[in-house]
Design a protein around this ligand. Structure first.
Ligand SMILES: C[S@@+](CC[C@H](N)C(=O)[O-])C[C@H]1O[C@@H](n2cnc3c(N)ncnc32)[C@H](O)[C@@H]1O
Length: 322
């Protein structure tokens, strides 16, 4: 499947979200000073605007994903309850409420400020009556009566839980017979600049990918009950008792010249990388990153004509046998 879609960081989409200036809500695990020179603590509420902008950039793809999930459920399956696990500001929660008109859509997250955003967003979209929120600290919240659902969606959240297989098992267990679990957990790293950008050494993005991989490993190692598992998502969904399992990929393809929201998103992304991982880059790459995030620099990401946004997100799916 190809369409406009998301991307940030994980899988392809590493969150790269360590944050040193935030004073908002941290949950699940507190990493304190981070690991080595990396900071692996994440303040999700500080990232609220960035998460919502990213979701909005992806809206066309998210709508296509919702249509694909509808197909996978089959026309006979009456969808009455949808859960969005690790919903963040609830962009996909709203899309799911629009796509499944008979359903209650529940945004589940550990960050209350993001759930407030999800509710405000649903009100703005006229979905207020059908979108609800539930504050839950995962994984404990998974065993805590989330209630049965026909569709469970989770994007870039399971990888923040120590025992990913355990989380999938719990989510699969909450499905009604014939229900569908869909996790967006793979894809390709985002690309947004040519290889040669006229400043610094060519190949900066590949080196940033590498730093983010180290960051991601440190982040996972510090999670409570951190367990290593081969991240073969279809096999993991199968072990959770789901069948059939499968996957599909969406593409985000915003060509240059980028509009303001996409530039703002990239600026926030690079600023976060600079703050959380800048110390492990060499001097030249750090300087290049400083120019890219400088709002006044003509070569900065906010102004340069060659910036684009390209990434792929894979959604893995599994059905609870009837
Ligand atoms: C990378 S964001 C993804 C947000 C949204 N699903 C998306 O794809 O844009 C991860 C989300 O998971 C939530 N989260 C991470 N760890 C959590 C935990 N242990 N318990 C509850 N929520 C958690 C965060 O608050 C955040 O909203």
């Amino acid at each position: 499947m190809s369409a406009h879609s998301d991307s940030t960081h994980r899988g392809g989409h590493r969150d790269g979200s360590g944050d040193r200036q935030g004073h908002g809500h941290r949950h699940g695990h507190s990493h304190g000073g981070g690991h080595g020179n990396h900071r692996t603590d994440i303040d999700w509420e500080v990232m609220a605007t960035q998460l919502e902008t990213n979701g909005e950039l992806q809206l066309p793809a998210l709508r296509q994903v919702a249509a694909r999930l509808r197909e996978l459920l089959g026309p006979e399956h009456e969808v009455r309850r949808v859960l969005d696990i690790g919903s963040g500001p609830g962009v996909m929660t709203g899309v799911l409420a629009e796509a499944f008109e008979q359903a209650e859509a529940v945004a589940v997250d550990g960050a209350p400020g993001l759930l407030d955003r999800a509710l405000a967003r649903a009100e703005r979209l006229g979905l207020g009556g059908r979108v609800t929120v539930r504050h839950a600290e995962l994984p404990d919240g998974l065993d805590d009566g989330l209630g049965a659902a026909d569709l469970i969606w989770s994007s870039r959240a399971v990888h923040h839980l120590g025992d990913q297989q355990g989380a999938l098992n719990a989510l699969a267990g909450a499905l009604r017979p014939g229900g569908l679990l869909a996790v967006a957990e793979g894809g390709l790293p985002m690309r947004y600049l040519p290889r040669e950008i006229g400043i610094g050494r060519p190949g900066l993005q590949a080196r940033l990918d590498s730093v983010q991989e180290y960051w991601f490993e440190a982040m996972r190692a510090e999670l409570p009950d951190s367990t290593t598992v081969v991240e073969d998502w279809p096999a993991m969904l199968g072990r959770a008792g789901l069948s059939p399992v499968g996957g599909f990929t969406t593409l985000l393809d915003l060509p240059a010249p980028l509009g303001g929201p996409a530039r703002g998103y990239l600026h926030a992304h690079l600023t976060r990388l600079r703050e959380s991982m800048g110390e492990v880059l060499d001097d030249e790459d750090r300087k290049t990153l400083d120019v890219l995030i400088d709002p006044a620099a003509p070569e900065g990401i906010l102004h340069r004509p060659d910036a684009f946004l390209l990434s792929a997100t894979t959604v893995f799916t599994g059905v609870r046998p009837a």
